[in-house]
Ligand binder design. Structure first.
Ligand code: FAD
Length: 246
């Protein structure tokens, strides 16, 4: 897809998802349909610096393509972060945002022929929410979908009820919300042992790996570690697709 022009978007709705994370809905009036592939992102040009490239902040599209000109972003407020402080303090319903997109190649393959592992922390869940709803909506045949989502505490869980409900509806989809700083009835600790155990269980104790593809999304520390561990399990670099938030 060629580089898209800058377009004006209008914020149509804002909701608190958690104590520090908000959902922003943006409408692009100049197009009838804002077309994108699940997993892609948009870049916002925020008035936070004179130099254009110091103003740009990218956000994964958290909604799925539905033929409308509106989409959703999921944004966490970062302590001292220039862009997110602007978005949380200055942007309200009716605000205009300059945006470019969709962009990016963090997208699903044409056919889902292998089991997929979606591994993320924090707002890195956004592109996977888009992909999973897209798969359900279009009834796309798949071999098994695993969403391993890491965050600190229950109060940080994102789209929790929605994804639990999707797990009930979408065959072969397993959701593993994992808390690193609170004991609860679900998975505890970091995300890594969660997918490692699942992969070992799928190999049925044999010394072979089952065909799988891994999508990693979030901040560098988690993404780098996951990639290294997946390769140690016997997978190849080409079995891993990543989206680095920074
Ligand atoms: C392709 C892409 C998609 C993205 N999608 C999303 C999204 O859907 N939702 C979202 O909230 N963010 C997303 N981001 C991150 C986003 O672009 C900004 O970097 C983020 O919002 C911080 O911007 P800021 O201006 O507030 O912080 P800045 O003023 O840019 O300063 C932040 C500084 O802290 C570091 N930092 C920021 N957050 C963290 C963190 N959690 N852990 C460790 N270091 C951190 C940054 O590297 C930087 O050095 C995405 C980034 C990319 C590249």
């Amino acid at each position: 897809m060629p580089l898209q022009p800058w377009r004006k978007g209008t914020v149509t709705r804002i909701e608190e998802e958690t104590w520090n994370t908000r959902r922003f809905w943006v409408k692009v009036a100049e197009v009838d349909s804002f077309d994108f592939l699940p997993g892609q992102f948009v870049t916002l040009d925020l008035p936070i610096h004179e130099k254009p490239n110091r103003r740009w902040r990218s956000y994964s599209i958290a909604s799925w393509p539905d033929g409308t000109n509106e989409f959703e972003l999921l944004i966490v407020l970062l302590d001292g972060g220039l862009g997110t402080t602007y978005l949380f303090n200055e942007v309200s319903v009716g605000s205009e945002l300059m945006l470019r997109g969709p962009q990016g190649v963090f997208t699903l393959p044409p056919a889902l022929e292998q089991e997929l592992y979606f591994i993320c922390t924090g707002t890195g869940i956004a592109p996977f929410r888009s992909m999973l709803h897209h798969i359900e909506r279009h009834n796309i045949p798949h071999r098994g979908l695993n969403l391993i989502f890491g965050t600190r505490s229950k109060r940080d869980l994102l789209y929790f009820d929605e994804l639990r409900a999707l797990e009930e509806r979408l065959p072969d989809f397993r959701f593993y919300p994992t808390l690193s700083r609170e004991e609860w009835e679900g998975c505890c600790g970091y995300v890594h042992p969660v997918y490692e155990e699942r992969i070992r269980a799928r190999a049925h104790g044999l010394d072979t790996k089952h065909p799988a593809h891994f999508y990693l999304c979030g901040w560098k520390a988690m993404v780098d570690e996951a990639k290294e561990r997946i390769i140690k399990l016997g997978y190849d670099k080409k079995d891993v697709t990543l989206e680095l938030y920074g």
